[in-house]
Ligand binder design. Structure first.
Ligand code: P6P
Length: 336
């Protein structure tokens, strides 16, 4: 249930009864993410002004240069989630392994774990293009009061209890779901509050925007190549418009509002795709499905994939249901 100009805090409290687990902790967890996002937003918005952009000199487990804001965002989210004693474990794109929190404290009755991509699309920072944070929340599956294990993190996306993203764009928005629809909140930087600006967000069933890095076209599976050509044919609603920001959160957010499809297929350079299942594809798939959209690897529902590694990658197709199903049809036809 939503009211115009409701703040995120009011919305969380008002809707916590709709959350089927004991919601006090989840509300505190969402509030801590809200706070961390405000702190990161402040730094992202002044990235061009202080010496915090450019490479931090390290590389992450993905072998990618870590931008300083990546490191900063990662530290802020981990600090906020840890010191508020809300979660029992965290996994991050920027951390080689998961982090067990208060693992020696058998009184640690915290039941939630968080997986996060603290600053997705960070290569766009230096050129002033929008970036985002993506988060995914599960209940632990191992006994309360014991140290979390990898098993707690390798859960299917269908077990998520909440997921969301922050898009640091022309305005900063926090968009999330707890399994009861998708709602978007816009930050008023003057007072530091998020206001409900996009209640009950829904993917249009159809759209005319396709988002893919066509520079990799020659390397795509034949089914994807045929779907891209289908998008470019001059017939009916087509040719569609090609829009690719190079920031998953931004492309996803625009496609959810206007209708569209985002694709990151496998290629010889990325034989399993580039996007990470646990903290990019699963949370975005949860949001997509809650907004009547669809997300698959071209054949299998993303949230049905059983994870085997913390940083595993999968091919990703996500967006308006009729567009995703058309792309899947081309993929299946090439499989036959
Ligand atoms: P490419 C950013 O690094 C990211 O993970 C997504 O946000 C984005 O859509 C994609 O990778 C861009 O990758 O290979 O097209 O530059």
């Amino acid at each position: 249930m939503s009211k115009p100009n409701q703040t995120l805090g009011e919305f969380i409290i008002e809707n916590q009864t709709s959350f089927k687990y004991t919601s006090g902790e989840l509300s505190r967890l969402l509030n801590s993410i809200r706070l961390a996002a405000k702190v990161v937003n402040h730094e992202v918005n002044k990235a061009g002004l202080v010496d915090i952009i450019g490479n931090a000199g390290d590389t992450n487990i993905q072998g990618e240069d870590q931008q300083k804001l990546d490191v900063y965002a990662n530290e802020k989210f981990i600090q906020t989630l840890t010191k508020r004693n809300i979660v029992c474990g965290i996994a991050s794109e920027e951390e080689d392994d998961f982090i067990a929190i208060n693992s020696q404290d058998e009184n640690n009755q915290n039941k939630y774990i968080v997986l996060i991509d603290p600053l997705d699309g960070s290569s766009n920072i230096d050129v002033n293009v929008s970036v985002g944070t993506i988060f995914s929340i599960y209940r632990r599956v191992t006994p309360l009061g014991t140290p979390v294990t990898l098993e707690d993190f390798l859960q299917k996306g269908s077990a998520q209890v909440a997921a969301g993203y922050v898009v640091y764009g022309t305005s900063t928005m926090l968009v999330y779901t707890t399994g009861d629809g998708v709602n978007g909140f816009t930050l008023n930087p003057a007072i530091g509050s998020y206001y409900l600006s996009h209640p009950n967000m829904q993917f249009p069933a159809d759209g005319n925007i396709y988002s893919v890095n066509e520079g990799n076209y020659s390397d795509f599976p034949v089914g994807i190549k045929k779907y891209i050509k289908y998008c470019q044919e001059d017939e009916g609603e087509r040719p569609y418009t090609s829009r690719y920001i190079g920031s998953l959160v931004s492309d996803f957010h625009r496609n959810m509002i206007k209708g569209g499809i985002y694709m990151y297929p496998k290629s010889s350079k990325n034989p399993k795709g580039k996007l990470r299942l646990l903290y990019e594809c699963n949370p975005m798939a949860f949001i997509a499905e809650q907004a009547n959209g669809k997300a698959s690897d071209g054949f299998t529902r993303i949230m049905d994939i059983v994870p085997t590694e913390l940083h595993e990658r999968v091919p990703f197709i996500c967006g308006s249901v009729n567009m995703v199903e058309k792309a899947e049809e081309f993929m299946r036809n090439e499989e036959l």
